[in-house]
Every structure is written in C-alpha cells, then in structure tokens.
Design a protein around this ligand. Structure first.
Ligand code: 5GP
Ligand code: MG
Ligand code: MG
Length: 183
C-alpha cells in the first residue's frame, strides 16, 4: 500500500498501514466480544480520532452509533498546554448507554481525565476508553484504558489522524518527523 509524498518528511516509520489495519482488526474483535449486542456508543475525540473511528467502527460486526466531541488540549506546538476546554459537545444523550471513548493518542492523560469525569457525570451504563497509541507517561498514570493499539516511545508522532500544526493527519503510516520540519 503506497503512502503519499509527505512520507518523505518522516525520519522513522513506526507503523505501516498494514500494522495499523491488523491491530484495528484485533481490537475490533475484542470489542465485539466484550459488548456483544449491548448497543455501543462510540465517542470520537476530534480531530485526531477520525481515522481510528472510521476504521474501528467498520471492524465491528455489531451495531454501534457514533458521536463526537472536540476539546482543546495542545496548541500548534508539541507541548501540552494543560488547558482543557469543550469546543464541541455530543449531539446525543449518553445516559444509560454503553460508551466507548475513541482516542488517537494518550500522552499525559490530562485531556482524557477531564473528558472521562465529564462524561461520567452524564450517567452512562458503562464508560471505557480505547486509544490507538499510548505514551509511557499515560501507561504509568492511573488512566484506565481498556483497549490500546500500541504503546509507543515518548516521541512526537504524526500520521493516521495525528497532526503537526494541522498537517500530516492524512498520512497512512505513523512515524516521527524529520528535525528540519520543526525549524
Ligand atoms: P494528553 O492530554 O494525553 O497529554 O494529550 C492528548 C492529546 O495531545 C492527543 O489527543 C493529541 O492531540 C496530542 N498529542 C499527544 N501526543 C502527541 C503526539 O505524539 N503527536 C501528535 N500529533 N499529537 C499528540
Ligand atoms: Mg485525541
Ligand atoms: Mg494535534
């Protein structure tokens, strides 16, 4: 499977489209088995989780619905601001529903902690987290993540929904950017 020209901006490809597809299929099967016919609500966190949501939802064989939230965490750089704000709330009521939050990546877990306590206050029947990528700090923290695609090194990665300054989300692979891109 070919990627676009922008793959040349990466110094290191961590995961190919095939690696990602294979892992998504595994997680989809697990999630299917865990939820059976409970009627799952997938809550995607914009914008990064768009690719994961598209692929994970289609890896499920049972019914689900999808809704979206947008929260601010990072600015245009690579440092966590610590400021979390709801930019777009869910369109649907999740009370009494089985909810799975779909995330692109968890770094500090700061964004997620806020989101989870916010969603928990709406009384879902259950609330779990799926993330495609997880960094070491989040793995150490008490962020309880039910489904993890890949545990990755503490490096800034792009691709498969993950951006640098709004770009690289459409890259099919995931990897680290060449230093000249930053400067
Ligand atoms: P946290 O609050 O867990 O520190 O950060 C979560 C958010 O920060 C992610 O949803 C993502 O938007 C951004 N982020 C964290 N690490 C990375 C990374 O390595 N690459 C990119 N592109 N975004 C990241
Ligand atoms: Mg995210
Ligand atoms: Mg970003």
């Amino acid at each position: 499977m070919d990627d676009t020209d922008i793959i040349g901006d990466l110094t290191n490809v961590l995961y190919t489209p095939e690696d990602i597809a294979e892992r998504i299929a595994e997680l989809g099967a697990k999630i299917d088995a865990d939820y059976a016919d409970k009627g799952l609500v997938l809550v995607g966190v914009l914008n990064g989780a768009v690719m994961v949501m598209a692929d994970l939802s289609r890896a499920l064989r049972s019914h689900c619905t999808m809704d979206w939230m947008a929260i601010s965490s990072y600015g245009s750089g690579t440092q966590s601001s610590g400021v979390v704000r709801i930019l777009k709330d869910l369109n649907t009521d999740i009370s009494g529903k089985h909810v799975l939050v779909v995330e692109d990546i968890i770094d500090t877990g700061l964004t997620l902690s806020y989101l989870i306590s916010n969603l928990q206050s709406r009384d879902p029947a259950s609330l779990r987290i799926m993330t495609m990528f997880r960094k070491p700090e989040a793995a150490r923290n008490a962020v309880d993540v039910a489904y993890v695609g890949f545990d990755i090194p503490n490096e800034f990665v792009v691709g498969y929904g993950l951006d640098f300054d709004g770009r690289y989300r459409n890259l099919r692979s995931v990897g680290t950017l060449a230093p000249h891109i930053y400067s």
